[in-house]
Write a protein that binds this ligand. Structure first.
Ligand code: SF4
Length: 265
């Protein structure tokens, strides 16, 4: 049987419930007062202004690439090749060698073997013979055969369109992977070779202590619409205008933008 409520008990309960409500209201008010103002809705972060360490503004970087594009709308690499596989082999052979030197040896090599299967069938000794005018030819011949075997065993004889898979091949590093991804697969990668390393540092466009630093800086500052061809424009600029010994500043397209204190003007 339920206990009967007396008037005295009811009044005690009413006082207790009123006190509890008052405590709750005080706690809520204190919580609101302690909440940091303006934190509830974080303002969207502004992206940092694109500026190179040596002060090229975003507008100047864009201007430079517009000029490169105007002068050469469809720049191309200079390594001879007939398909992604021969491109891969040519880039591997070009390490510490000139493109011109590689191009002298590769026509005969690619006439004999333009697929991984044919390269393996040709054999390391014959490959060595055909590329002996290129520096480090012994190591390179070994790598060409080894990477051909890997392509057959792991990729069905096809050059994989993935950085990770490419860099896992013998003799293939980041720069080679970047060139193959860019030329064979149209990726907006920027492979930093000796020319781009020099141009990036000398001009102040993308200074860095290592090729990877320069690549990272170029990735950051080059506008998306120019990334696909940035590698070729910069390499050609370094190879024919901003050359190592005596840059041809007097005929340079970006002379007014270049930050090199010793430029010939
Ligand atoms: S001005 Fe001279 S140093 Fe500067 S990018 Fe042009 S060629 Fe190179």
């Amino acid at each position: 049987m339920a206990a009967k409520s007396t008037p005295r008990a009811s009044s005690k309960a009413l006082v207790a419930s009123t006190k509890a409500r008052a405590r709750g209201a005080r706690a809520a008010a204190a919580g609101a007062a302690n909440r940091p103002r303006g934190k509830a809705k974080a303002a969207p972060k502004k992206p940092p202004a694109v500026k190179t360490p040596r002060g090229w503004t975003a507008a100047e970087v864009e201007d430079a690439f517009r000029r490169f594009r105007k002068a050469n709308p469809e720049p191309r690499g200079e390594l001879e090749h007939v398909n992604p596989f021969t491109l891969l082999v040519a880039v591997v052979l070009s390490a510490q060698a000139t493109d011109a030197g590689v191009n002298k040896a590769t026509p005969a090599l690619f006439a004999a073997a333009d697929t991984p299967e044919k390269m393996v069938a040709l054999g390391e000794e014959r490959v060595r013979e055909l590329i002996k005018t290129i520096g480090l030819f012994r190591t390179k011949a070994r790598n060409v055969i080894a990477l051909s075997e890997r392509l057959i065993a792991e990729h069905g004889g096809v050059v994989p369109p993935s950085r990770e898979a490419l860099e896992a091949l013998p003799g293939v590093g980041r720069k080679t992977a970047n060139v193959v991804l860019n030329i064979a697969f149209g990726e907006p990668t920027i492979a930093v070779d000796t020319h781009i390393f020099r141009v990036g540092n000398r001009t102040g466009l993308a200074p860095g202590k290592t090729p990877f630093d320069v690549e990272t800086e170029l990735e950051r500052v080059v506008p998306a619409e120019f990334k696909r061809h940035a590698h070729h424009w910069l390499i050609l600029h370094g190879r024919y205008t901003c050359v190592a010994r005596r840059p041809l500043c007097e005929k340079c397209l970006i002379v007014d933008l270049c930050r090199w204190p010793e430029k010939y003007v």
